[in-house]
Each structure stands twice: as structure tokens, then as C-alpha cells.
Design a protein around this ligand. Structure first.
Ligand code: HEC
Length: 171
């Protein structure tokens, strides 16, 4: 036989169970930033730290253009710290591991020469700033480049250098 008092106790017990279960579930959630932030960056440990520490001056997408080896990434992070990036040693280590894993030497994403800013032409294609500025100026005056041959018409751009970067050019 169940008395009203027993019913009440059972209800409380159920309630308490549900509460502690919910609490446990929240505690088990990983403390990562929302996964859909910067979808162009591969998911993985260190991504949220990169987005947090490396977004204040430029887009964190900056890291996509040029893969580098560990020493290269170490040098980049040291350089960014010099510019004023504020991360802890632990955060820098996380970022370094993320970059070494996802953007190793030799990896590269093509640079759209019709959309890239002058700075992106420098960082993504290794143009000098004079070459990059000339490219943007030419584009503004003559419209989009359609092929590498259009790009070769930019005064100051070296055709040989462009051929060497062919795989990285997108139109
Ligand atoms: C305090 C501002 C600031 C922060 C924060 C910052 N950067 Fe930069 N970053 C710059 C500047 C300025 C440049 C352009 C450097 C140049 O032209 O020589 C740059 C350029 C870059 C480049 C292009 C290649 C190069 O070496 O110039 C990469 C890659 C890069 N940053 C990665 C990062 C990463 C990774 C982080 C986070 C650890 C970060 N940045 C945080 C200021 C910053």
C-alpha cells in the first residue's frame, strides 16, 4: 500500500535523481568553444584556443595560407607574441600542436587573386609588398584576373615566380 506521504517521498527522490543526472551531464560537456566557429579551420584540440588568442589583430584564418614545420610555427608564434598576442605558455603550446598537426610544411590553400588583399598576397603567395600592391592596383583598374596569363600582365610581377606558384593560384 502506498500512502500519500510515501508518494511524496518517491516524487522527491525522482526529482533529486533527475537533478543530479542533469548536473553530471553538464559537467561532462567539454569546455570547448562552439564547434561551428570558423568552420574553415579543421576541428581538433587547440582550435578554440587558437581562435581565442589569435583573432584580436587579424582573422585566425591567417594560418591557413602557408603550412610550415614545427620550427616555422614556433617562430610565427614568437613573432605574434612580440606583436602583443597575449597567451599563456600552455595556450601557445596547444596552438603550436594544433598548427603542426593541421598545417604542416608543404600544405597550402590556394589564394584567390581576385579577392585577396595586398597583405594576403604577401602572406599566402610570398609576394613582396610592392608586387602585392601592384597586383591590387592592376585588378582595381582592369577587373578580375581570369587566368595566370592575365596575372603576368601586372607590371612588376615576375612570370617565372608566378609559374612556380601556379598550384596556389585561384581565380
Ligand atoms: C597583437 C596582434 C596580433 C595577434 C594577437 C596575433 N597576430 Fe598574427 N600577425 C600580426 C601582424 C601585425 C601580422 C603581419 C606581420 C607582417 O606583416 O610581418 C601578423 C601575421 C600573421 C601571419 C602571416 C605570416 C607572418 O608570419 O607574418 C600568421 C600566420 C599569423 N599572424 C599567425 C598568428 C597566430 C597563430 C596567432 C596566435 C598565436 C596570431 N597571429 C596572433 C599581429 C598579431
Amino acid at each position: 500500500m502506498t500512502t500519500p506521504a510515501m508518494k511524496l517521498t518517491m516524487a522527491w527522490a525522482l526529482c533529486f535523481c533527475a537533478f543530479s543526472y542533469a548536473q553530471q551531464a553538464t559537467q561532462q560537456q567539454p569546455s570547448q568553444a562552439p564547434a561551428d566557429k570558423n568552420p574553415e579551420l579543421p576541428a581538433g584540440p587547440g582550435k578554440s584556443t587558437l581562435v581565442r588568442v589569435c583573432s584580436s589583430c587579424h582573422s585566425p584564418d591567417n594560418v591557413i595560407a602557408n603550412g610550415q614545420d614545427r620550427a616555422g610555427w614556433e617562430a610565427t608564434i614568437t613573432k605574434m607574441a612580440g606583436f602583443g598576442a597575449s597567451g599563456t605558455d600552455e595556450e601557445y603550446t596547444e596552438i603550436l600542436e594544433y598548427l603542426v598537426k593541421n598545417f604542416p610544411a608543404g600544405s597550402s590553400t590556394p589564394v584567390n587573386v581576385n579577392k585577396a588583399t595586398s597583405a594576403q598576397l604577401v602572406s599566402g603567395l610570398g609576394f613582396t609588398s610592392a608586387e602585392a600592391d601592384a597586383t591590387v592596383k592592376y585588378r582595381e583598374k582592369n577587373g578580375d584576373f581570369k587566368t595566370i596569363d592575365d596575372l603576368k600582365k601586372v607590371p612588376d610581377l615576375d612570370a617565372k615566380k608566378l609559374d612556380a606558384k601556379k598550384a596556389k593560384l585561384a581565380f
